[in-house]
Design a protein around this ligand. Structure first.
Ligand SMILES: [Zn+2]
Ligand SMILES: [Zn+2]
Length: 246
């Protein structure tokens, strides 16, 4: 199966080298930061999205959803779309529909299934999707996706140690906003460092670890790569638009 990283930056991204957070795996979009729709179109993936998993409502994870929904209207989408989200998204969508922000309410064009709960779960295509709350500065969900025996876990934003340790997954997509020397800052803002992500992946008995949500501090990428591989050798520090075959 293919895993494509759309945006790999944190909320403090600079420029377009690392756009805000989003990834795509076999019909499922993991978060939807600004700029996601254009990147999906470039990669030929826009028409392949069946589900969107929102980890939390910080704008670097959800701002692109508005543009995505607009484009489902423009493209005259006619098949269901399922969105899993913690509480808080529906009032935003309702307010936008009040001012006719999408020209047509997407829910009038196709079956828009909004699973907005503290612990949303769903079956989308061949995926069984469960969620678990992870420690962050706001309520954040990690998502476990299971299909044909393969298990992928995506953290969204989390401060370690988090409940991710209790999960078992083959492939882990973990945030690493900071290199280890910024551990105090990571704790303060509810994020993880490279070594913390490596420890989490080891405890999850992962085969491979992908680090995303990289911060913009100087030398973050090189430090994070060195530190994560010291703790978990089968690690990648991902880049925007990179595609992996799992
Ligand atoms: Zn974030
Ligand atoms: Zn966040």
């Amino acid at each position: 199966m293919d895993l494509t990283f759309i945006g790999t930056g944190a909320g403090n991204h600079i420029g377009s080298r690392r756009q805000p957070c989003s990834a795509f795996v076999e019909g499922i979009l993991l978060d939807c930061g600004a700029g996601t729709t254009g990147r999906l179109q470039d990669a030929g993936l826009f028409d392949r999205v069946d589900g969107v998993l929102i980890t939390h409502l910080h704008t670097d994870h959800v701002a692109g959803l508005l543009d995505f929904l607009l484009h489902t209207v423009i493209a005259k989408r006619n098949r269901p779309l399922t969105i899993l989200t913690p509480p808080g998204l529906s009032p935003i969508l309702a307010a936008l529909n009040t001012v006719n922000a999408f020209a047509v309410n997407p829910a009038r064009m196709y079956e828009l299934r909004l699973v907005e709960q503290n612990l949303p779960q769903a079956t989308i295509g061949s995926w069984t999707i469960q969620s678990v709350p992870l420690d962050h500065s706001v309520y954040n969900l990690g998502y476990l996706l299971t299909s044909d025996g393969a298990r992928i876990f995506y953290t969204g934003d989390t401060r370690e140690p988090s409940a991710a340790h209790n999960i078992r997954a083959d492939f882990v997509i973990h945030e690493s906003t900071y290199a280890d020397r910024y551990a105090d800052r990571a704790r303060e803002f509810g994020h993880s460092t490279a070594s913390q992500a490596a420890r989490a992946a080891a405890q999850m008995q992962a085969r491979r670890l992908f680090l995303t949500h990289l911060g913009s501090l100087p030398d973050t990428d090189s430090e994070v790569l060195r530190e994560v591989r010291a703790g978990f050798p089968d690690s990648e520090v991902v880049e925007d638009r990179r595609r992996y075959v799992l």
